[in-house]
Design a protein around this ligand. Sequence first.
Ligand SMILES: [Zn+2]
Length: 88
Amino acid sequence: MPLQPCPECQTLVSESALLCPKCGRPYPTRKRANKNAETVGGLVVLGIGLAMLAIGVSLRLGPEMMLPCGLLMVIGTAIFKKAVNRKD
Ligand SMILES: [Zn+2]
């Protein structure tokens, strides 16, 4: 069974452990799943921004309607980049 260090206390715990035996952190080795979720979340936010922008362009909406779309895309890109660059 592969062991990984707990992110809280660095104790080596089994990948199948539900709790760190030392500090009690839940799912001590589940960081990668969260990273994937964050990556997907960033892409979803980016996609929503793009979709809203496309709708806004097709409906010829003004810049005041486009601003939140651009903002969503920037936020989505930031979340995505942060998740991808995480070192875990
Ligand atoms: Zn721990």
